[in-house]
Write a protein that binds this ligand. Structure first.
Ligand SMILES: *[C@@H]1O[C@H](CO)[C@@H](O)[C@H](O)[C@H]1NC(C)=O
Ligand SMILES: *[C@@H]1O[C@H](CO)[C@@H](O)[C@H](O)[C@H]1NC(C)=O
Ligand SMILES: *[C@@H]1O[C@H](CO)[C@@H](O)[C@H](O)[C@H]1NC(C)=O
Length: 517
């Protein structure tokens, strides 16, 4: 048995049986299933929290042949609050079951929030690294912590948390551990800011994943890359290392970086001998947005057992108006995308191939001329639109009583744009399709995701439509195929029952400390 396992078991024996979770929303949901499902704008096949607020994914891994996706969660209303880790499980990446919260903010080092980090599997334990946040009178103090589970359902925080309590710059905001192991060394990369308030990443290393030592600054902004970096992710793809960052504070530059905060990537090579990137420049010249829509942040990736690199993000943006929050919930995650890299070192993002499992009925299959209109018939569908050349402008407009969402390709200028109306409704990106304009558009109650070509450009945005018509505009004839898509997330009544029969009441499962704060 390896050392770290022994340490963990020692922890288990000393800790009181402090399993925690929150099943009350499951019960409420089961009692009130119909009305809950009918909540206006609730997505059918995008993952949202059972109730309350969801934001960035916090961890994404495979444990005992099931996919575990964790996310920032506040169960009590449709607003941001002290964050828990919500938890959903799937065996096929399509149908998701809501599990009880994995970790909740209730200890002295995380009482104001359990923030995003890494989920991974080590020695048959589903292992979560997360940031605990505590607000004192004057500042935010963030520490890095660990929680483990043997069954993938109930988690225990590690007895000797926090694992990392300091910050090399002395600035309390340091968060979102990206943790991985390479040749017996554990690496932990944290997002933070420098004393000059430039975004920065720092690296810690460990031999056992419990005891961490500061290695130093991994990379930092020279000034044009915002004031803090969050949620780093690092993975290898075709021999490159992709560094994903969620950044606060990059200035908009024409049609680039239009959102309040930006989520993008740079390509480099991580040199394990030096524990540094070779010649990595992180600047607005090398940093590319992952998604050009209005609502995309906090992306997390996973290497699937078949080798695919998958990525999911928050289909939301800070300070946006979540219309649905008055109905007690807010926001959703994006579709899961497969990530590839092209020969120019640019990432391609397409929906995972499993997504076709959601199709229930073909609603359209015909060529349409510019000017023609048809009824969308559904609030939950996929629309495939192909032109036969790249020489004519392409336009598709989703229109409803008092609004519209338009997609347009300009052949002369080689750009693709969307316009959801309102202030700052337009997003635009350069795009040079090869032989034809191929679009895959996913509409789900209150979001639209547009995948262009092989995933060179993606736009993810929230919209709040009523019954829609679809109008072909532009100049090009389009071959349209439309599929109705089914619902894909829910509760597992057997799981809820089992957890109840385990008499989890005695572990104080039904209270959440933030409720009373
Ligand atoms: C908060 O800041 C004030 C003024 O800078 C200082 O006097 C005080 O000691 C600080 N309080 C804490 C808890 O750090
Ligand atoms: C950081 O890690 C590298 C590679 O293991 C090592 O060579 C270097 O000495 C470490 N730096 C510090 C400050 O520990
Ligand atoms: C659209 O084009 C793509 C890419 O060439 C192709 O795979 C797909 O079958 C086409 N679909 C339709 C509906 O024409």
């Amino acid at each position: 048995m390896e050392m770290d396992v022994i340490v963990f078991f020692a922890g288990l024996c000393l800790v009181s049986a402090e399993f925690f979770s929150d099943l009350s929303h499951v019960e409420k949901f089961l009692q009130n299933k119909e009305s809950s499902l009918r909540k206006k704008y609730r997505p059918f096949y995008h993952l949202t929290a059972p109730e309350g607020w969801i934001s960035s994914p916090t961890g994404f891994t495979v444990f005992k042949r099931k996919y575990h996706l964790f996310y920032q969660y506040y169960p009590y209303n449709g607003a941001w609050g002290h964050m828990s880790w919500g938890h959903a499980v799937s065996s096929d990446l399509i149908d998701w079951v809501h599990y009880p919260s994995a970790i909740i903010p209730k200890d002295y080092y995380d009482k104001h929030g359990c923030l995003a980090g890494t989920a991974l599997v080590r020695n048959n334990f589903l292992t979560l690294f997360y940031t605990g946040t505590v607000l004192t009178e004057n500042e935010t103090v963030q520490t890095q912590n660990l929680a483990l589970s043997g069954d993938g359902t109930l988690f225990q925080k590690y007895l000797y948390n926090p694992l990392v309590r300091d910050s090399p710059t002395g600035i309390g905001e340091i968060r979102n551990p990206k943790v991985w192991r390479f040749r017996n060394v554990w690496y932990m990369v944290l997002g933070t800011t420098s004393r000059q308030r430039h975004g920065q990443l720092v690296l810690y290393t460990s031999n056992d994943m419990f005891n961490w030592k500061l290695n130093g600054t991994l990379t930092e902004s020279y000034g044009d890359m915002g004031y803090i970096w969050e949620s780093p992710d690092i993975f290898e793809l075709n021999g490159y290392h992709v560094l994903i960052l969620s950044v606060q504070g990059i200035e908009a530059d024409g049609y680039r970086f239009r959102n309040l905060y930006q989520n993008g990537y740079v390509i480099g090579f991580f040199n394990y001998r030096k524990a540094k990137f070779d010649d990595l420049e992180v600047s607005t010249a090398t940093f590319h947005e992952l998604d050009y829509g209005h609502d995309f942040y906090g992306a997390k990736s996973l290497r699937a057992p078949d080798g695919r690199r998958l990525l999911v993000a928050w289909l939301g943006m800070w300070e946006s108006n979540f219309v649905e929050s008055t109905a007690g919930w807010a926001s959703m995650l994006t579709l899961i995308r497969e990530v590839k890299i092209n020969k120019h070192g640019r990432l391609l993002l397409m929906p995972i191939r499993e997504i076709v499992e959601l199709r229930t009925e073909m609603l359209e299959n015909a060529w349409y001329n510019p000017g023609e209109v048809f009824d969308a018939e559904s609030r939950s569908f996929e629309l495939i639109a192909n032109s036969s050349s790249v020489d004519a402008d392409v336009g598709i407009v989703f229109e409803w009583k008092d609004g519209r969402y338009a997609v347009g390709y300009s052949s002369n200028h080689e750009y693709i744009m969307i316009d959801r109306g309102g202030v700052d409704g337009v997003r635009r990106a350069y795009w040079s399709p090869k032989d034809a304009v191929n679009l895959r558009i996913f509409v789900d109650a209150s979001c639209i995701e547009v995948f262009c070509g092989e995933g060179e450009v993606v736009f993810s945005s929230r919209v709040y439509p009523k019954a829609m018509n679809i109008r072909i505009s532009g100049e090009a004839q389009l071959h349209i195929v439309q599929y109705r898509l089914r619902r894909s997330a829910g509760f597992d009544i057997k799981l809820a029952k089992r957890l109840k029969e385990d008499d989890l009441h005695k572990y104080n499962l039904f209270t959440h400390p933030s409720e009373n704060q």
